[in-house]
Design a binder for this molecule. Sequence first.
Ligand code: MG
Length: 385
Amino acid sequence: MKKRKNIAILGSTGSIGRSSLEVIAACPDRFRLTYLTGHRNIELLQEQVRQFKPRAVVVREESNAALVRERLNGETEVLSGERGLQEVVSRDDVDIVISSLVGFAGLKPTIWALEAGKDVALANKETLVTGGEVIMRKVRKNRVRLLPVDSEHSAILQCLQGEKPENVERLILTASGGPFLHLDKKKFSTITRAQALAHPTWKMGSKITIDSATLMNKGLEVIEAHWLFGLPAEKIDVVVHPQSVIHSMVEFVDGSIKAQLGVPDMKIPIQYALTYPERRAASYGKVDFAALGQMTFFEPDRKKFRCLGLAYEALRAGGTAPAVLNAANEVAVGLFLEGRLRFSSIPVLIEKALSQHKPVHHPRLEDIVRADKETRDRLRNEQFT
Ligand code: MG
């Protein structure tokens, strides 16, 4: 019998964190949860601790940690802050870290896990968007695995099994197109928070749902694919496929294309990342082709969805430019969710931030952190309508 893998989940109360716990619960012979971390949703975090009995739990704020410590009454060790995160990802009873924090906050903990020699199942795409070069260097140096949880990148990894890198012609990322695929661009300025949060095929957290509505999510995924699979921007394409059944494709030099299909449920790519390179039986739903009837494809409308083009521009500019793209996007999405920025102004704000930045090439972590902070500070001082 195989040894069970010890798993730490960073961000266990989020959408990916909750799906990861379901996968772990379904495979008790293969996986054991050893650490959980959470931020604001301490009620759910406590519930998860009671159910999964990890060795310790980390709560972002010390005040919340104190509350959880009191309520758990010594049952489980409770740590807090960045130090707590750094500590648990380094402990011996961790084989793989699921990195599912939201946004730029995921970068440092992922680096700590890699430096501690842990394999990482990466659900936080902002980590590779902002720190791709640093991250891939750490992966090589520490001889660890960085496994994508993002469904598109999991699909590409699956299509690449048994193939030689030199035979890959291009990657084709599929995009659902989000809720505004067929909406007239003139109406983009009136899009409400509720409309943008209603994703047609995937159920996800609010940040990534807005990113899907602007197509920035696909732009971030293009950058993520560049780092994971080592291909330049011109060999990574995007096609809109509203049914979200083909999760992505790889075209080879002979014109053959391999695609990975499945129902849109994140538990499938999560389980693949945790069992890679093996597969394990699961019952998360199967594609019913007769019920599906048809699959359709469109060229993305880059005039309507300017964020996609901006992501390509940032990738081509290189260095710290993608970190600026990401920071500006996080600020813009936050303002939109607060009702302080129009949906149509999200790309305007990002483009402005990119135009004001001179990229630092081959950045160190400090350069990335600085570019992120400067962008946020600059945007904070502006007035929005
Ligand atoms: Mg994705």
